[in-house]
Unconditional design. Structure first.
Lengths: 321, 261
């Protein structure tokens, strides 16, 4: 149990008949990024709300920062910083006033508060907007202010509930950079996301939450190993070429509609050469060849039972012509 | 930090936040001030001559003296509607969730709202009182002690009605609902002894006008400023305000402690 920033055991929560969390265990070592991944409605936000003392669990034991959540929620609160899914800034006052408010609530001295505020506004590129009411900020700016407010008081454990939802790609990458920087300072980050790429990019460990249960947990690599390997896809425009290729490559899955063949493959050079040699030998030329290596998408869909998401699952990871 | 000094420090931080809101967006408070001021001018200048007959003769200046204490109490009822609205708006904002996850004094959010609203109420009463003086209201030989008592009564009612309004704000899903549910605080003075003496009302209605929180307060304020008979109204007013403050406090804190969805 040493060095665990967050340790949760058998978390349960239901609203009426609806079971939201059905016996969830979570262990997050200090100084790491842990990502809770899951589709909408999987219970991610409920988990964050429980771990951050906002709501209480029906059952289960939780220690956050070494403090028992049920027995001493105030000690847990002193150790954590939370950025919820919905903007938690005071829109009626300026960005700077929001920051100073946080400093006051952390009981910093006036001088210390001004110093911390100036530093964080600078770091999150909000100096120019600092005198404007937060309600006038763009989505990305509100998020940045939100995180800046969370960082006042140097929390050792930070909860980020879908921190990049609704952000444009550039703001998203900036946010990732911010999150990475947090961890280099020894902070533990508990992140929920519905973006697989985000979990892959940031997290040391990932847990996939589905229907209130942890469907799988491990590093991104471990999770990818859970499901069968990748494949090569060949596409033809000429039906005749398609038919002879199907004959030459026994064992390929055929898609007569799309005139495409799919072969199990690990994507290695040797494996590809074998396929190409067999096609050459039969004198066939494919119009397109794509190599698909398993990614978190595959893991996610395999684990959560979802079949396809338009424009996400069917995109090949790397393409070779 | 001891829990009392934590409570004081966090509550004063929250108070600063609420006063900042009020200073930055004064339109809500000013709009709420319009009702008592309009009613004062309407009843004095439009209905004044007719109304003065109802208080046993006299002229318009006698009616000004009669109506101002009621209008002052009404000002409190009207101003605290702002507290209901701002509490309800606040509760729908994400920042409250943030406060709940911070190691701050739990009730400081509400206490900040309450003290802020009491300050606004007293400021409003002073403003409306100034309008009353401008149109001819004069206290008849009230002593310093009576002025202090009048001020204390107003502060006590502001506190009591604010806690009730905060409770209404807590249980209202949005600002409109909060404003609607707080309407009785504006309407109750209309059916009190604020505009006409109770014994001039229909017999069946008199108990309604008599046994409600505004009437004893209005009678007490009248007694303090104009030297009329206070009688048991003084104690009744204090009892009403303490009871309402306690009720509103328990209601508000219980709703605040309830888990958010």
């Amino acid at each position: 149990m040493t060095n665990l920033a967050i340790a949760a055991n058998g978390l349960r929560k239901s609203y009426g008949d609806k079971v939201v969390l059905d016996g969830v265990d979570l262990n997050v070592p200090q100084g790491t990024i842990f990502s809770l991944l899951g589709p909408n409605g999987a219970g991610k936000t409920t988990a964050v709300k429980i771990l951050s003392t906002l709501i209480s669990a029906d059952a289960g034991q939780v220690h956050v920062g070494g403090h028992d959540l049920a027995a001493d929620p105030q000690a847990v609160r002193a150790a954590i910083g939370v950025t919820g899914q919905f903007s938690a800034v005071d829109g009626l006052i300026t960005g700077e006033e929001n920051m100073l408010l946080m400093c006051d609530l952390h009981h910093l001295s006036k001088a210390e508060g001004r110093r911390v505020t100036a530093e964080l506004l600078e770091r999150f590129d909000l100096v120019e907007a600092s005198k404007k009411p937060a309600a006038s900020y763009s989505g990305g700016m509100k998020r940045r202010l939100d995180i800046a407010m969370t960082l006042v008081g140097d929390p050792r454990i930070i909860f980020l509930d879908e921190p990049t939802t609704g952000l444009d790609p550039r703001s998203r990458h900036n946010m990732w950079q911010i999150i990475r920087e947090l961890v280099t300072g020894g902070v533990t980050v508990f992140l929920t996301t519905q973006y697989l790429e985000e979990a892959d990019e940031l997290a040391d460990r990932i847990a996939v939450l589905n229907n209130g249960r942890i469907a799988a947990e491990g590093t991104a690599e471990e999770l990818k190993r859970l499901i069968p390997g990748g494949h090569v896809r060949l596409r033809f425009s000429d039906p005749a070429a398609y038919r002879s290729a199907a004959a030459a490559l026994a064992g390929a899955a055929q898609d007569d509609e799309a005139l495409s063949l799919q072969l199990p493959s690990d994507g290695s050079q040797r494996d590809l050469r074998t396929i190409l040699d067999r096609l050459d030998a039969a004198g066939i030329e494919a119009d397109e060849l794509t190599v698909h290596t398993p990614d978190l998408d595959d893991v996610f869909f395999a684990l959560t039972g979802a079949t396809t998401v338009p424009g996400q699952n069917n995109e090949p990871k790397e393409a070779v012509r | 930090m001891s829990s009392l000094s934590l409570a004081l420090r966090d509550s004063s931080t929250m108070l600063r936040r609420n006063l900042l809101h009020a200073r930055r967006y004064p339109s809500l408070t000013l709009n709420l001030l319009m009702t008592p001021v309009m009613l004062l001018l309407l009843f004095v200048y439009i209905f004044g001559d007719a109304m003065s007959g109802g208080i046993g003769g006299g002229d318009r200046s006698d009616y000004i003296a009669y109506i101002v204490p009621g209008i002052l109490l009404m000002t409190i009822g009207s101003t605290v509607v702002g507290a209901a609205v701002s509490v309800s708006t606040d509760m729908s904002e994400g920042i409250i969730a943030r406060f709940r996850t911070m190691a701050i004094h739990r009730s400081s959010v509400l206490i900040g709202h309450v003290i802020g609203s009491v300050i606004q109420s007293i400021a409003s009463v002073v403003l409306v009182g100034a309008v009353g003086v401008a149109i001819g209201f004069r206290s008849t030989d009230a002593s310093v002690l009576e002025w202090l008592a009048a001020f204390g009564l107003i502060a006590l009612y502001a506190l009591a009605l604010t806690w009730i309004a905060v409770g209404m704000g807590m249980v209202s899903p949005n600002a409109e609902a909060a404003s609607n549910s707080a309407m009785p605080l504006i309407l109750l003075p209309l059916i009190s002894s604020a505009f006409t003496p109770i014994d001039s009302m229909p017999g069946w209605f008199q108990p309604i006008a008599e046994y409600q929180p505004f009437t004893p307060a209005i009678e007490t304020l009248r007694g303090l400023l104009l030297g009329t008979e206070i009688g048991h109204n003084g104690w009744l007013a204090v009892a009403w305000s303490l009871a309402l403050a306690f009720l509103g406090y328990r209601w508000s804190t219980a709703s605040f402690k309830r888990e958010p969805k």
